[in-house]
Ligand binder design. Sequence first.
Ligand code: GLP
Length: 245
Amino acid sequence: MKIICAENDREVGRYAAKYIAEVIRERPNALLGLATGSTPMTTYSELVRMYREGEISFAGARTVNLDEYVGLSPEHSQSYARFMRENLFDHIDIRAENCHIPGGLAKDPIAECKAYDDLLDRLGRVDIQLLGIGHNGHIAFNEPGEHFTKDTTLVELTESTVSANSRFFNSRDLVPTRAISMGIGRILKARKILLLAIGQSKAEILARALLGDVTPSVPASILQFYQGELTVIADRKALSRILEK
Ligand code: GLP
């Protein structure tokens, strides 16, 4: 595991975008595993800048997102499909048909999970997977539990996740309580993983995830057993507990 300490969120984005750009330059049809939330936003704005300045092209790239809320249409202002369009896809030369996100409006969400796994099997191995971390240690929407999920699953979100994500909705009642999430087993198949964290509020959970016991009650702790190339890019505040230890 490599840990990169950045000074601030912009610098986290610059380092992460540089890693992603290297992967695309090496393999123009790279399969990028993408994440949502506030953490990767500076990474996406930096990728957009690199594209605008002619440093990188996404013309051959393909993407798979980690998760989507159940019940939100791709047009909904808080859907992850819309987030990805607004923060990245609409501003670069990626082809819409190469971008994949679980369908939040699927009539049968369990069938949608299976269809997403079939898609992942067809697309092959993710070249680089971007991850954030929830305050309770979740990755994608894999919540703390009794086991590590393997395949794409229909998840009941915990109270703490619903509360954390309510900041994006007009009222807490409007926050979806279920999501479709790529399973941890699938996430660990990626060739490379970039785990990003920004801010003091992530310091404790980041330390537990990377230095504590490997346990499904902290889903991100499984990254300690990850066999590929793991790079953690975080600002000084998010790394403060790790630096103390
Ligand atoms: C959501 C997403 C995760 C993300 C997490 C942290 O629950 N499903 O992929 O890592 O939130 O979000 P933030 O980056 O806003 O702290």
